[in-house]
Write a protein that binds this ligand. Structure first.
Ligand code: ZN
Ligand code: MN
Length: 482
């Protein structure tokens, strides 16, 4: 058996989060709406209707293209891609064939190398092309009936095709996750996997190490999660390796398979000797699309920092890669983190409060990011800790209460009597009593044993049930021990 190399390329469909559909004015948000209520004659493919390209969709596709490092074509047009399926009422999809919006990009992504997620290697996957098209409707099979919902028909899609640069399922997933972060960051797509807003087709083939030629590939259709992407690629790689062993070489033609998530297997859908013939021809109802360079530059100038740059910012603050990724993936959380960091000037303190404590409570109490306390409320808590009004451990308790009850930090501090004793008189009184109760330690300290101080401070903290401000206690104690 020769040493084999795995070659993987992805085709990604991402729904754009526009107000209206790709070629008509129908509402593009069909979530929780009755079937077939966000439709019109255009997206239902009625004869004689005229599609009009959605400018907002074009702008969002340009933003994604720029973020993926692509070159954007000034001259574009749309093409009809013909096929028959009940989810496609017009009998053709309006797509882009020989003049895609953008080409030749690349995405840098991090491949985790350690099991702890703390180390990673930087990799690159080239982008072959990005084009715009419309989504089809959704079919639901119930027994021997099929229900058709055309709400999704006409939703603007970006199809992003990579070069075959990925070498295993881990790389494919790490790349796909970075791609998702990018399209979300530039607000081109919500890319919510649960709602099917981002879907993958993965092509996989094998070749002998050291050879350059691409062998016929197996294309796995419609993978709806990162987990399905990983499992399907691992399964298909194993299957192709076995096949190679049995037939002493690669497959003789391309095949298309479907991933059966419940069975954990792929199933042959069709074998194709040659490329499918969709009888593409230029869409006669939509004029060619001109994208001037100034427009591209305007979009480029308006883009927010990309996820990798953002991640680097957090890594530079000495956060772990896993913490940095969490912040990049959750903009709500990173806004809180940034606010606490700005206030305290202490990156570690901010990560302790936001990433360790707050996220810990969120998970422990099965809350979501929508339940997070507001930024102003969190900063008020931080104020109370920074000013020594409450201790760090009381702060943790207050944070949990804030999450559970929605009350503000001052309310909880008052209710629970968590205020630290910082009052000079009260502290002096405590110190005096401590010195009487710990005469041995006082003598030891005065005899030169610095460590004896700890025992006295410990006594005071115990006596005050943790409410004495430790900094104050130390100051007063050292002064009184003179
Ligand atoms: Zn419509
Ligand atoms: Mn497509």
């Amino acid at each position: 058996m020769p040493d084999l190399e795995v070659i993987i390329g992805l085709e990604v469909h991402a729904q754009m989060n526009t107000k209206t559909k790709m070629f008509c004015n129908c509402d593009n948000d069909a979530f929780n709406k009755q079937p077939n209520t966000t439709v019109c004659p255009v997206c239902m493919g009625h004869p004689g209707t005229l599609p009009v390209a959605n400018e907002q969709a074009v702008e969002k596709a340009i933003a994604a293209s720029v973020a993926l490092g692509c070159t954007i074509s000034e001259h574009n047009h749309f093409d009809r891609k013909h096929y028959f399926y009940p989810d496609l009422p017009s009998g053709f999809q309006i797509s882009q064939y020989d003049f895609p919006l953008a080409q030749h990009g690349q995405v840098e992504y991090d491949l985790p190398t350690g099991s702890d997620g703390k180390t990673s290697t930087s990799k690159v996957c080239r982008i072959h092309r990005l084009h715009m098209e419309n989504d089809a409707g959704k079919l639901t099979h119930e027994g021997n009936k099929t229900l058709c919902d055309y709400n999704r028909a006409g939703t603007p899609l970006m199809e992003i095709v990579t070069e075959p640069d990925l070498r295993n399922s881990d790389e494919a997933v790490a790349f796909a996750e970075e791609l998702r972060r990018i399209v979300v960051a530039v607000n081109s797509s919500e890319a919510d996997m649960f709602k099917g807003m981002m879907r993958f087709d993965a092509s996989i083939s094998l070749r002998e190490k050291g050879t350059e030629k691409l062998n016929p590939r197996s294309e796995i259709k419609n993978l709806n999660s990162f987990k399905a992407l990983k499992n399907a690629l691992q399964y298909e790689e194993k299957r192709l390796r076995k096949l190679w062993e049995e037939t002493n070489g690669p497959m003789t033609g391309d095949i298309t398979v479907g991933w059966q998530d419940d069975e954990g297997k792929t199933r042959l859908l069709r074998s194709k000797e040659t490329a499918d013939d969709y009888r593409y021809f230029p869409e006669p109802d939509i004029p060619p699309l001109h994208v001037p360079a100034e427009k591209v530059e305007a979009v480029r100038a308006s883009l927010p920092p990309l996820p990798r740059a953002l991640k680097q910012k957090y890594v530079d603050l000495k956060l772990t890669a896993a913490e940095a990724n969490m912040l990049v993936d959750l903009p709500k959380l990173s806004a809180l983190y940034d606010a606490v960091h700005a206030k305290t000037g202490d990156a570690k303190k901010a990560s302790g409060l936001i990433l360790t404590q707050l996220m810990g409570f969120l998970n422990a109490h099965h809350k979501t990011l929508d339940d997070l306390p507001g930024e102003a409320d969190i900063l008020e808590l931080v104020d109370n800790m920074e000013n020594g009004i409450i201790s760090g451990s009381a702060g943790k308790q207050v944070l949990e209460e804030m999450l559970l009850t929605g009350k503000t930090a001052p309310e909880i501090i008052k209710e629970k009597g968590l205020m630290q004793v910082s009052d000079d008189g009260a502290i002096e009184e405590l110190v005096k009593r401590a010195m009487e109760a710990n005469a041995d330690s006082v003598a030891a300290y005065r005899g030169g044993k610095q460590a004896a101080l700890g025992a006295i401070v410990g006594w005071i903290m115990k006596e005050s049930k943790g409410s004495a401000n430790p900094k104050k206690v130390n100051e007063v104690l050292v002064k009184m021990l003179g």
